[in-house]
Design a protein around this ligand. Structure first.
Ligand SMILES: Cc1ncc(C[n+]2csc(CCOP(=O)(O)OP(=O)(O)O)c2C)c(N)n1
Ligand code: SF4
Length: 286
């Protein structure tokens, strides 16, 4: 059995107190609980402070273009389905430039886990307004205050056909690790949005603010995450931000539907190169 230190490649350099440290801890914990080997895990990240997560975790890593986490993660999973693939985006990366991919990956139900680090701004580029920034947020890109309503990722996921929708908080890495484990065990697309303070640029939505403004979905014993109506009500009613496993549904994943043939080379993972075919293709492009 591996230990968390087996997934620790190097010490991170995020600002002191940054929420991403909690996500770093939770990811390593989830990998240990799932009894993974580093070579069975792939972390695909976008561009942003969150993007440094794969620099410090011992696993395969792919630092994708800004907003392109999901196409890369989907491609890796569909070409080698034995890997555990985790995509990681920021709220800018995932809900702005990468939003089209988010909706399509959701309805395709590709078997990957997607973590969206929601610090409510573009952190790496110095705190500009992002799609989840609150109305009135004064930022370098909105000096008179943000005039747009924020986007809610889990709400969008539910109406886009998401089959596993959860929200965690970087200040509770134990619960977050358990949500990541459940997401990675789910056979289909799993979204885990992670509330995570940016202590350097966000002086309003702080760690304390998140603690004061979240509510646990399982506090209500009547809540059933398999009930879509209840999930929608939980996501849209009330003043507090629901945290926990919000919705889960069993549905065949994209991989199961497109690769039903057990003898298909991708299914038994024979990724050896068919040299003859490859040379023929290359010849056509000469
Ligand atoms: C195509 C493209 N557009 C814009 C940028 C500039 N850029 C780099 S990171 C970033 C936003 C980062 O915000 P987010 O995705 O929320 O990540 P965070 O830094 O908050 O973790 C932007 C706009 C880029 N690298 N590539
Ligand atoms: S700028 Fe914000 S998100 Fe980036 S490392 Fe610092 S605290 Fe974390």
């Amino acid at each position: 059995m591996k230990k968390e230190k087996d997934f620790h490649l190097s010490d991170p350099t995020w600002c002191k107190g940054c929420g991403i440290y909690g996500i770093f801890a939770a990811l390593k914990k989830a990998a240990v609980t799932l009894d993974l080997d580093p070579e069975e895990l792939v972390l695909v990240t976008g561009i942003g402070c969150h993007g440094r997560l794969n620099n410090h975790i011992k696993a395969y890593g792919f630092h994708a273009l800004h907003g392109r986490t999901l196409p890369v993660a989907s491609g890796i999973k569909l070409s080698n389905h034995s890997l555990s693939v985790v995509g990681i985006s920021g709220d800018g990366d995932g809900y702005s430039i990468g939003l089209g991919h988010f909706i399509h990956a959701m309805r395709q139900n590709i078997d990957i886990t997607y973590l969206v680090v929601d610090n409510r701004l573009y952190a790496l580029t110095q705190g500009q307004t992002s799609p989840t920034s609150h109305m009135g947020y004064v930022s370098p890109s909105a000096p008179y205050g943000t005039k747009e309503s924020p986007l809610d990722g889990p709400q969008l996921a539910l109406v886009s056909g998401g089959t596993f929708i959860a929200r965690g908080f970087s200040g509770d890495p134990k619960q977050l690790a358990s949500l990541i484990e459940k997401g990675m065990t789910h056979r289909g697309f799993s979204l885990i949005e992670i509330l995570s303070p940016c202590v350097t640029h966000n002086k309003v939505i702080t760690n304390h603010w998140f603690r004061e403004n979240i509510t646990q979905v399982d506090e209500n014993p009547e809540f059933n995450p398999k009930n879509k109506t209840q999930a929608w009500e939980r996501l849209t009613k009330g003043d507090k931000i629901p945290v926990g496993l919000i919705y889960v549904e069993e549905k065949p994943s994209y991989g199961k539907l497109v690769l039903p043939d057990k003898d298909h080379p991708l299914v038994y993972n024979d990724l050896s190169l068919d040299t003859e075919r490859f040379e023929k293709i290359m010849e056509e492009f000469k």
